[in-house]
Design a protein around this ligand. Structure first.
Ligand code: ZN
Length: 456
């Protein structure tokens, strides 16, 4: 393990001087109703049918006419869909317009990127969008919904997740969606909570260098290497799907229904696994930042997949997915979580962050066999990810995020002398396997003492 002289750095000169922002943070929470009597449930099945029909018609119109804005869709089509079901509360025609505009918007974007498979988006899973006229919470245990058969009140089952938001000062908003669980005769509500969080003024920096399969994080002079295996997950599922396709195509012909079903399940599993990995790691990093009142420093990513490994993948769709999962997706998870804790996020120029020695400012020579390189001036050995983390820190301290930070000024702001160590030390990160960090609530758990305490 490698520890720099500086236990923690103080930020004064060259510090981040942006005005502190206030972020609005939104979270969706799922709440289920109790099992409904058949008659009541049937009313919701009818409602869903009408709503689906309105959305289908609106989506068709929107895609044909290139409409992606709710306001325009409403202006052009509200009367039409409203007259379809006069018995339905009028606001369903509004929310159907919102729903359809969003579907059309994301479909047209996919089409533009050449990633839409069908000429029209399929309206498969429907969740009914509700607004403040269509539903209200009555206390914490029941929800009142306007339907074509008058207002219906359903009882909901409270869960820990929901109560946590209520108790921590989040505000329940009027936007909600409801989905039907036909097997159980229940309604599933997706409720939206909102909170305003102001960013603090950072007293320190935590830098994060995202790689395909790991994330290097510099905290208190130690570079931790959190293994994520994100690109391995993406590639693994890609090849599994390919095998499934070949097998099913031989038996059923291409594009068969059973093959599609397996595909859907695999894609869903892949998405959930990646989301869990990202979300957990982001939470861990953001909590450490909040505890130290530190800002998080990330690379400013360009549009294209710039990282070396990805360029070697020929399939453009696969390249896109690896990039999304490993870089964009991970960054986005950190950004989202940071907002919730009021942690400022700073972006710096990523150019050559792993190629220049953080001490001497000269080139580091990598022999290409592993992730270690040697400084061309001092001759000291560096691990690529450690170099990247320190250079991100130097750029953040430089203030402008540009290529040429004031190295001397940056180093002078660290207590306890220049970073990092003497010329012969191997600057090694501390690797942590996914199975280990995924169970942690904080980094304190890294010491054996704490690990033992956790296991008892
Ligand atoms: Zn050097």
């Amino acid at each position: 393990m490698y520890r720099a002289n500086a236990a923690r750095l103080t930020v004064n000169e060259g510090a981040d001087e942006r005005p502190r922002g206030v972020n609005e943070v939104t979270r969706t929470v799922t709440v289920r109703s109790e099992q409904l009597p058949r008659r009541t449930f049937r009313a919701f099945v009818e409602l869903e049918g009408m709503y689906r029909n309105m959305v289908e018609q609106l989506v068709l119109y929107a895609v044909n006419n290139g409409v992606t804005k709710f306001t325009r869709l409403r202006a052009e089509r509200y009367r039409e869909v409203r007259s379809l079901y006069p018995q339905l509360p009028s606001h369903y025609a509004y929310t159907a317009c919102q729903d359809a505009a969003e579907r059309a918007h994301s479909f047209l974007r996919l089409k533009k990127m050449g990633r839409a498979r069908k000429p029209y988006p399929e309206v498969r899973g429907v969740s009914i969008w509700l607004d403040d006229h269509l539903w209200r919470a009555e206390g914490l245990t029941s929800i009142n919904i306007a339907t074509h058969r008058g207002r219906v009140r359903v009882s909901v089952e409270l869960n820990r997740h929901f109560l946590r938001y209520v108790n921590r000062g989040w505000r329940l908003t009027s936007e909600a969606r409801v989905k039907l669980d036909r097997r159980d005769r229940r309604l599933v509500f997706y409720l939206t909570f909102r909170k305003e969080v102001s960013e603090y003024r950072p007293k320190a920096y935590i830098t994060v260098d995202v790689n395909e399969d790991a994330e290097a994080v510099l905290i208190d002079g130690i570079v931790y290497l959190f293994e994520t295996n994100l690109s391995r997950v993406t590639l693994g599922y890609y090849y599994r799907r390919k095998r499934v396709q070949e097998k099913y195509d031989r038996v059923y012909g291409s594009g068969s229904r059973p093959a599609r079903r397996v595909f859907r399940r695999l894609s869903n599993n892949e998405r959930l696994l990646k989301r869990e990995i990202r979300w957990k790691l982001a939470t861990l990093i953001v909590r450490e930042a909040a505890r130290r009142q530190a800002a998080i420093v990330l690379e400013r990513l360009g549009r294209g997949p710039a990282k070396g490994m990805i360029e070697r993948i020929n399939d453009p769709q696969l390249r896109h997915r690896v990039f999304q999962a490993a870089f964009k997706g991970m960054q986005r998870a950190i950004e989202e979580k940071a907002k919730e804790y009021g942690v400022p996020v700073i972006y710096v120029n990523p150019r050559n962050t792993s190629k220049v020695c953080p001490i001497h400012g000269t080139e580091i020579i990598y022999d290409g066999r592993n992730r270690h390189g040697v400084c061309s001036k001092g001759g000291e050995t560096w691990h690529r990810d450690v170099v990247a983390c320190y250079n991100l820190l130097l750029r953040a301290l430089g203030g402008d995020g540009g290529d040429a930070p004031s190295r001397m000024r940056a180093l002078a702001t660290l207590d306890g002398g220049p970073v990092p160590l003497g010329p012969t030390a191997a600057h090694e990160p501390t690797p942590i396997a996914r199975g280990a960090w995924a169970r942690w609530k904080s980094l304190g758990a890294t010491s054996d003492h704490k690990l033992m305490r956790m296991s008892t």
